[in-house]
Design a protein around this ligand. Structure first.
Ligand code: AMP
Length: 221
């Protein structure tokens, strides 16, 4: 099952993707996480991407699609994936279709997590991320048991530099200009399912997992 999570930064795509991945046994593929890993380990791709990311701008399509192609070449994505942070514009959606078609595959479902601006700003400005395992926490909504320490692996938590107010604003602007054509693209293809992501994470998660299992009951319970 090849699943895409679409929605503004702060809609909960990353957190939902991790939980869905555990429930369904499908790998979580996040272009943002892959780019941050490249940036922190100083690869040529990471060095090129870093400046765009710090400004809240999109990294050039060519770089991201090459990185995704390498990720899809790994065996674990053979039976499907949960894609988070890609595609971000129409060109990337077409690129993804092309990439999958080369292996005789296609996208199965696109969950569109619609969230209002005050909710996403609150979620992003309080978000904390683990340096080691990338798990997400939130200062108010989902605080770690021990201050600034990851519950899952004991790693140190930090605030992403692009989760500061000025950059959040820029990221939301970038998202708004590219999102609508993308939504229409998947709606026309009959693949889009809208969800109100202002609701509790568990409510949204249950709806998505329920839908996926109704399509493919072989997926892990
Ligand atoms: P995210 O973790 O999805 O919020 O992504 C963080 C940053 O990584 C974005 O603001 C972009 O600079 C970059 N990024 C992630 N995914 C993409 C993508 N599909 N295309 C271009 N840039 C991306």
């Amino acid at each position: 099952m090849r699943i895409i999570l679409l929605g503004p930064p702060g809609a909960g795509k990353g957190t939902q993707a991790v939980r869905m991945s555990q429930k369904l046994g499908l790998p979580h593929v996040s272009t943002g996480d892959l780019l941050r890993q490249n940036a922190s380990s100083g690869t040529p791709l990471g060095l090129e991407a870093k400046d765009y990311m710090q400004k809240g701008l999109l990294v050039p399509d060519g770089l991201v699609s090459r990185m995704l192609r390498d990720r899809f070449a790994q065996d674990d994505t053979g039976s499907g994936f949960i894609l988070d942070g890609y595609p971000r514009n129409l060109k990337q959606a077409e690129e993804l279709d092309k990439l999958l078609k080369e292996d005789g595959m296609s996208v199965d479902v696109v969950f569109y997590l619609e969230a209002s601006e005050p909710v996403v700003v609150q979620r992003l400005s309080g978000r904390l991320v683990c340096r080691e395992c990338q798990a997400n926490f939130h200062r108010q909504n989902m605080p770690p048991k021990k201050d600034m320490v990851c519950d899952r692996c004991g790693g140190q938590l930090y605030q992403r530099s692009d989760d500061r107010p000025e950059t959040i604003k820029k990221r939301l602007e970038v998202y708004r200009s590219d999102a609508q054509p993308l939504v229409s693209y998947y709606e026309k293809a009959g693949k889009l399912r809208r969800l109100d992501a202002d609701q509790k994470l568990e409510t949204v998660l249950d709806k998505m997992v329920g839908f996926v299992r109704s399509q493919d009951d072989s997926l892990k319970v």
